[in-house]
Design a protein around this ligand. Structure first.
Ligand code: ATP
Length: 427
């Protein structure tokens, strides 16, 4: 494995060597584990280093942080700590054994050795380690035949209770299967179906389901993941009536295409949260109150909740964006919405007219801002102040329709609007 370790950026490889040299005097054994080992064997880039220590992980992490003058955080979770470097972080954990008292709840843990620590993991391909100890540095440790399963492209659990212990592993199985184009091994698939029949995912805490759902929607091909989950277990854990039918699948495929179009044509605007557009696509068929309940219970961040709900709220209003809509009305409709919501509408409404209007907005109108501000109107002595809001509103319409370019043109138009409004004022 030494040649594989050498594939890591030099800086990271050096840090591993330092970890190795710090572990020996502390009398602990130390290993690189999990996804990074899998990805090194697959030749895939991964810079997330997870270290397991047979002994006090936080003490070792602290020593490393001191050596590099790096930031160090000790977590509340059992024996875990993180060291932060400029471009990456390294997670440390004390080797542990886990006991599940009930499906879906977090397990009780106790310190143990590497073998137990690897046995508590989700799949054989994620349960390998590389030794960082002086006597067998870089040796692959593979108690559960993960490298065989990697070669055979199989996702396999380590024991029969795996999905009842932690049903989120069902979602993880699909994620790795789809990401690597692997297959879920036959017995493992049977266990997933058993867990699905018992609606195991409904026992899991909403936060954990949310995190796994977001990870799925962040995968390169979320549509395939969603389709597979729909077929294997469904999305009962989100809502009883959520079914991945042809309509939803078609919509999510259009979201995928839309994100491609956006990248090519408008990518300069900003990087969008593509996962959120998929989430909107998944939820849009539900009732508003169901969506509100879901985003609340799953405790999505406020900004995410607003974006999902605003898509539901403004969906119908977008259907009337025909070719006769005035640019100023188009601006008013779309400007308050997030890019994610607007791109969702592009995917949802596949007709040419609405798409052209959205393209007009994203290509041109979105950049329009008034140069004139309230303070400019004040400096010109406009009175009364209560009219300022209306003047600026009218000015924005005029700027869009008459394509006013300079501040001078805007001021001239502002005066005009102001006088018209004054005439309408009751005496
Ligand atoms: P990714 O490439 O998506 O980051 P990863 O394998 O690195 O995948 P993480 O979620 O970062 O996944 O978890 C790191 C490791 O922790 C996994 O490789 C696996 O060994 C273990 N793990 C994570 N989640 C679970 C779980 N629910 N049950 C058991 N083991 C888990």
């Amino acid at each position: 494995m030494i040649t594989k370790l050498k594939k890591l950026p030099k800086e990271l490889k050096n840090i591993l060597d330092v970890i190795s040299s710090l572990a020996e005097p502390q009398g602990v054994r130390v290993y690189l584990v999990g996804g990074i080992v899998r990805d090194l064997l697959l030749g895939r880039t991964n810079l997330d280093l997870d270290i397991v220590v047979e002994g006090d992980a936080a003490a070792l992490a602290q020593a490393l942080a001191q050596r590099y003058s790096a930031k160090f955080t000790r977590h509340h979770a059992f024996g875990t700590a993180t060291v932060f470097f400029d471009n990456h972080k390294i997670d440390f954990a004390t080797a542990r054994k886990e006991y599940y008292s009930r499906p879906g709840v977090l397990p009780a843990v106790e310190p143990s050795d590497l073998r137990d620590d690897l046995f508590r993991r989700d799949f054989t391909i994620n349960a390998m380690a590389i030794s960082l100890n002086k006597n067998d540095y870089a040796k692959l440790i593979d108690f559960y035949s993960g490298s065989r399963d990697l070669k055979q492209k199989l996702i396999r659990v380590l024991h029969n209770r795996s999905f009842s212990d932690d049903p989120t592993r069902i979602l993880r199985a699909v994620r790795f299967e789809q990401r690597f184009s692997f297959k879920i091994e036959k017995k493992t698939l049977g266990l997933i179906k058993e867990a699905a029949a018992q609606e195991a995912l409904r026992c899991v805490h909403a936060h954990r389901l949310r995190d796994e759902l977001v990870l799925i929607l962040k995968e390169p091909k979320p549509c395939r993941n969603v389709k597979r989950i729909g077929a294997l277990t469904g999305f009962l854990f989100i809502n009883k009536s959520l079914k991945v039918n042809k309509r939803i699948y078609g919509l999510l495929c259009r979201v995928e295409k839309t994100i491609g179009v956006y990248g090519k044509k408008f990518g300069g605007l900003r990087k969008v949260d593509a996962w959120l557009i998929y989430l909107i696509g998944l939820m849009i068929g539900l009732k508003r109150e169901e969506i509100a309940k879901f985003v609340q219970e799953f405790d999505f961040r406020k900004g995410d909740r607003i974006r999902v709900l605003s898509a539901k709220d403004s969906l119908a209003g977008i259907s009337c964006l025909d070719k006769n809509v005035k640019p100023r009305d188009l601006y008013r409709k779309l400007f308050p919405l997030s890019l994610e919501t607007i791109l969702f509408f592009y995917a949802y409404y596949s007709g040419k007219t609405i798409r052209r209007q959205i393209e007009l907005f994203l290509g041109k109108l979105i950049h329009i801002r008034l140069k004139v501000k309230g303070s400019d109107l004040k400096a010109l002595g406009f009175q009364p102040l209560v009219l300022y809001g209306k003047v600026l509103e009218g000015l924005l319409d005029a700027k869009i329709e008459k394509k006013l370019a300079t501040k001078g043109e805007e001021l001239k138009e502002a005066k005009h609007i102001f006088h018209k409004l004054l005439l309408k004022q009751p005496v």
